[in-house]
Write a protein that binds this ligand. Sequence first.
Ligand code: GLU
Length: 242
Amino acid sequence: MDRILKRGRLIAGVDQNSYLMGFRNSFTGEIEGFDVDVARQVAKAIFGDEKKVQFKVVTSAERIPMLQRAEVDLVVRTMTITCDRLERVDFSSVYYQAGQRVLVRRNSGITGVDSLGDKRVCVASGSTSLGNVVNRVKTTVSVPNWTDCLVMLQQGQTDAISTDDTILAGLAAQDPYTEVVGARFTEEPYGVGIPKGQEDLVRFVNGVLERMRADGTWSGIYRRWLNTLGPAPVPPVARYRD
Ligand code: GLU
């Protein structure tokens, strides 16, 4: 925390390719989205100014290595908390509960994950989405960014994309010839990733998230970006280890 304060800005790893969650607004050049707003809230809590944050763009696969090398103070990028990842990085409390679904071309006849047994499925490398489908589909192709999957779907190089409903909602919004099918088949609790051994920062971020849940900031950010997923749910209740 002291290092961040002395530097005068927070350094946050975010996505620039996932419309709605973390994406570059092509009119303004700014990075925006649900996760980006969460990062801005942390900067605002430290400096009283949500602009005091420098964004570094990270792919799914780069998240953990960048945290381990401390190239960012934290990562807010559709990052599922898993036991495996907890061995290598720390996480805040859960700030969003996503779930994995399937995106296909309209009228493809695919109705969900159970109809992918003889299909090609695109996923991002380094994502939990890959492990969740690898034994349930014919082949997987992995790419750096979720938008790379959208191009492959549009070009007929893959039959489906499977990842979190949040990311799929953004892809579907960019291509009206696609649709999200089937129910959620995993739980993807998102946490803010933080390098190991920085308990003060974990506690501080948890405090910011707690305030956002209580004062309506969380719901406001949800409504700003994720309305297409339905009315704002109750924010995830924090569970602490101590
Ligand atoms: N939430 C999943 C993960 O952390 C998929 C989303 C992503 O790759 O950004 O791996």
